[in-house]
Design a protein. Sequence first.
Length: 69
Amino acid sequence: MQAGRREVHALNTHTAAQLTVWTTGETELDIADLTTGASTSTHYEFTDLQGLEACLDDLTEHFNTPPCP
């Protein structure tokens, strides 16, 4: 693990995610839909707790939304 950043990896049956947070407050949320192969990357810059909460809400939403049939 590189100094100055932390990563969280999460996986379920339909979603893989990597959340990378740097000590500067910059954050990348990478999400992959394992059923379609589609992926997204969202950049955040935290200046307060609300920014972190918004990012974690996005991550949670992806994991709680089942894939479309």
